[in-house]
Design a protein around this ligand. Structure first.
Ligand SMILES: NC(=O)c1ccc[n+]([C@@H]2O[C@H](COP(=O)([O-])OP(=O)(O)OC[C@H]3O[C@@H](n4cnc5c(N)ncnc54)[C@H](OP(=O)(O)O)[C@@H]3O)[C@@H](O)[C@H]2O)c1
Length: 339
């Protein structure tokens, strides 16, 4: 096992970045972490001691070259998720290509890339439980899924052309936890509640009859805890097992009803034909908000087996999907109470 690794990280300030860099900070195998994103950020505020941070954009060749110079491992996280569209191809596709190419040219031993369960696509002919041997085809009507699949394709091509560099490709399901709260924050009601004047929000919370109702299409999904994802990345950074694709998910499956119950909200079932019809209409509309394309993700459950990560990385998720949901909700509640 290599010691004293220098690790370059794109997107260290995001939901996954915070958890992954925190895990790298704790690892004795890692000597130096170099992070880059666009916002101003001070690693010392997180108590990080091995991390140097610089502002930069993954679409800028000079910034990327500077970031990966001398790195043993490059962790690539920077990506637009909910806003993925043709407009994000520059960041998601061109930016990723640049990071991989520059990492390989600079002689990095490993690239650890955060792909996604979405790379498989939401296809009705996919098996109910996805293993890594199912092709990552993406779904053309879902730009995030399509871009994740495309990026995986040229990462494979990059390491074929640069045999000194290998790639660990992680495909997490929805990541959640005390830091990773995008999932709950993107539920439309949350946004509404956030915008309410405090006395009104308190009133709504006090009367059960006013509690929010969220639609439940009945699709099962998995959650994975941010710290479990971070431990898988750490294994990849250290070169445990072998390179290749790895599904990451917590044990157990959930539905929106579970999310509503955990939040103390209500859910109403949405009949499947309505979900299908809405998705069909959305596909045909010329102009819809980018995030509306996510309707396609509830048409077909995408559930993953994680045997490969368990066998080769010796990875065991410490948190079930349900425990992960509870951890995220507890952190959300604590923040709302503090406001
Ligand atoms: N969260 C999930 O549930 C989930 C699930 C599966 C896979 N993933 C994948 O995991 C990765 C990280 O996700 P996340 O949830 O941590 O995303 P996030 O919270 O949105 O964070 C994205 C990070 O990328 C940075 N970034 C964005 N545009 C950039 C640019 N042009 N140049 C440099 N940095 C840029 C952001 O910082 P600035 O905005 O300051 O630049 C931030 O640090 C993504 O590839 C995502 O597809 C996430």
């Amino acid at each position: 096992m290599a010691d004293g690794l220098t690790v370059a990280v794109t997107g260290p300030t995001g939901d996954l970045g915070i958890a992954i860099v925190s895990a790298l900070e704790r690892s004795r195998s890692v000597k130096l972490i170099r992070g880059m994103a666009r916002r101003p950020f001070d690693p010392a505020e997180r108590g990080w001691r091995k991390t140097e941070y610089r502002q930069g954009d993954v679409t800028d060749a000079a910034s990327v070259r500077d970031l990966v110079a001398g790195a043993d491992v490059v962790v690539h996280l920077a990506f637009a998720i909910l806003t993925a569209s043709d407009a994000t191809r520059e960041l998601n596709v061109a930016g990723s290509r640049l990071v991989f190419e520059e990492a390989a040219i600079a002689g990095a031993e490993r690239i650890c890339y955060a792909s996604s369960v979405a790379a498989y696509g939401f296809h009705h002919d996919n098996p109910d439980w996805l293993k890594e041997d199912v092709p990552a085809r993406g779904s053309p009507e879902h730009p995030y899924s399509q871009q994740k699949a495309e990026v995986e394709g040229f990462l494979a091509d990059t390491v074929r052309r640069h045999p000194r560099t290998v790639a660990y490709v992680f495909r997490p399901c929805i990541v959640a936890g005390p830091e990773a709260r995008t999932m709950v924050e993107e539920i439309p009601y949350y946004r509404v509640e956030e915008a309410m004047p405090a006395p009104v929000a308190r009133l709504v919370r006090a009367f059960p009859v006013l509690k929010p109702v969220i639609p439940d299409p009945g699709t099962s999904f998995q959650l994975v805890h941010e710290d479990d994802v971070a431990r898988a990345f750490l294994a990849g950074v250290r070169g445990v097992g072998e390179p290749g694709p790895y599904n990451l998910a917590g044990d157990g499956v959930l539905t929106i009803e579970d999310v509503a119950t955990a939040l103390g909200w209500y859910s109403v079932p949405v009949p499947r034909p309505i979900v299908e019809a809405t998705a069909e209409v959305v596909t045909r509309l010329p102009v819809v908000p980018d995030s509306v394309a996510w309707i396609h993700s509830v048409r077909k459950p995408v559930l993953m087996r994680t045997d490969r990560a368990r066998r080769l990385l010796r990875w065991r998720p410490e948190h079930t999907s349900k425990a992960t949901l509870q951890a995220m909700v507890a952190a959300h509640r604590a923040e709302v109470a503090a406001r």
